[in-house]
Design a protein around this ligand. Structure first.
Ligand SMILES: C[S@@+](CC[C@H](N)C(=O)[O-])C[C@H]1O[C@@H](n2cnc3c(N)ncnc32)[C@H](O)[C@@H]1O
Length: 265
């Protein structure tokens, strides 16, 4: 438990703007090639949501942070997107983007890129409008609670998304597995989970905050998903090229997983 309270204290120093610049500015957000990490992530999401198999009324994103890139392909297939984060500063950053306040992070190159790879010729402004309209709830969450939202989500979500959250908030493998199980309680049986996360990472920085990360390998991801009652459908991984090892973390790679929660029809 002391691991968790120390981590909570460290998160109080998390600077959303520094986090965004470190991870969603150049060189990581270089759209010229899928050898760069951001377009690789967007491709995984576009391919998986592009099948049309994952759809429904509600998608919940666990640990959204100050980012919306992870919702760009998903938002076409759900009536409502629920974003969540532990920190009020991140929830406020998301609200500012939804309102279109001046000075918020510029996601337009991400939206343009996603429209391009989805290949439907959709004007990017239409996708931006759709995501803003569907992102109606931005809620506090703590994945270390049995009820992460403090009350049950009713009805439960048809899909669960989580990017770079669970390993960044868990002091050890047992806590990671419990956090996944807690997050999975928000998802209906038979619902889809889509996870992105760090491989082999032990820390990242976000301004004055230096956050410990649980270094995972693919086997850890498989075991945690199976232990939380999921059937794995797809697992891809990406090796971080030397040019993108910029010192803001020590991430070795990224995984992308698509899994199905047991108990559906
Ligand atoms: C590495 S960031 C990931 C942000 C974003 N999803 C992305 O893809 O870049 C980890 C996020 O987990 C959030 N977080 C910290 N403690 C948490 C907790 N106990 N439950 C849920 N989220 C938490 C942080 O506020 C932060 O936004």
């Amino acid at each position: 438990m002391s691991g968790l309270s120390a981590l909570r204290e460290r998160y109080e120093r998390f600077d959303p703007r520094a986090y965004l610049d470190n991870n969603y500015g150049p060189p990581r957000a270089d759209f010229s090639s899928e050898e760069f990490v951001v377009p690789w992530k967007l491709r995984c999401l576009a391919d998986t949501f592009g099948t049309g198999e994952i759809h429904g009324r509600t998608l919940i994103d666990v640990g959204s942070g100050p980012t919306i890139y992870q919702l760009l392909s998903a938002c076409d297939h759900f009536e409502e997107i629920v974003a969540t984060d532990y920190l009020a500063v991140n929830r406020e950053e998301l609200r500012r983007w939804v309102r279109g306040d001046p000075g918020t992070f510029d996601w337009s190159p991400f939206i343009q890129h996603v429209c391009k790879i989805e290949g439907r010729g959709e004007p990017w402004q239409d996708k931006e409008r759709r995501l803003r309209a569907r992102l109606r709830r931005i809620l506090p969450i703590d994945v270390h609670r049995r009820e992460p939202l403090g009350a049950p989500l009713q009805p439960r979500a048809d899909a669960l998304l989580s990017a770079f959250c669970l390993e960044a908030v868990s002091p050890d493998r047992a806590a990671f597995s419990r956090a996944l199980t807690n997050a999975a309680s928000l998802l209906r049986p038979g619902g889809h989970a889509v996870l992105l996360g760090a491989l082999g990472e032990s820390f990242y920085v976000a301004g004055p905050a230096r956050l410990p990360v649980l270094p995972l390998d693919e086997g850890d991801v498989r075991r945690a998903l199976s232990g939380a009652g999921f059937e794995l459908r797809q697992l891809r991984s990406y090796a971080m090229p030397p040019a993108l090892r910029t010192g803001v973390d020590d991430v070795e790679g990224v995984f992308f997983a698509h899994a199905l929660k047991a108990g559906g029809e």
